[in-house]
Design a protein around this ligand. Structure first.
Ligand code: PNS
Length: 164
């Protein structure tokens, strides 16, 4: 699928080791992978879109297949304007499935030329989510096994999470 451009959308507030692993694996399959950070003014986030872009960009600076940007509006419109016809999402557990299937069906209804591909999360990351990371960090726990080092540092600056 070297000629295919794929989009990996999400909030990434912040990037976790689970996300990073999925991005690395997806980039091996497709010609180009665009990490697309959703800018949703109605959702309150810890990191600004710009901060999230920078954290992911610097983590993947050595991977020429990965580009990182933020977007607002419909994901399928973003994908079309970037000539991407695949959306990548990760599945951790069956509990993710309802929401993910609904999103995939809505996106197919909006644009039938774009397919959603699911990658299963590595089991060692299956319990990690951005929400859990923020909760642990806010309560003073270590997130060193859950997020890349730079994200841990950024969390520490934002909310005082301890860096190991
Ligand atoms: O990491 P998240 O919060 O689960 O990501 C959800 C995201 C950003 C992929 C989803 O909310 C999205 O695609 N938003 C863009 C708006 C859109 O296209 N909505 C219709 C499809 S549900």
């Amino acid at each position: 699928m070297e000629n295919t451009i794929a989009v990996f959308p999400g909030s990434f507030d912040p990037l976790t080791n689970g996300h990073a692993d999925l991005i690395t694996r997806a980039a091996k399959i497709f010609g180009k992978l665009i990490v697309a950070i959703a800018e949703n003014p109605n959702k309150s986030t810890l990191f600004t879109p710009g901060e999230r872009v920078e954290l992911i960009r610097s983590h993947f600076s050595g991977n020429t297949k990965v580009s990182v940007t933020s977007f607002s509006g419909l994901l399928v419109e973003f994908a079309k304007s970037n000539r991407a016809n695949v959306i990548i999402r990760g599945l951790r557990a069956i509990s993710d499935f309802d929401y993910e299937a609904q999103m995939a069906l809505v996106n197919r209804n909006l644009c039938s030329d774009i397919e959603t591909f699911f990658l299963t999360t590595r089991e060692e990351y299956s319990y990690i989510s951005s929400t859990i990371v923020k909760q642990v960090a806010k309560l003073g726990g270590s997130v060193s096994t859950m997020v890349p080092r730079a994200v841990e540092e950024a969390l520490k600056k934002k909310i005082g999470a301890p860096a190991a």
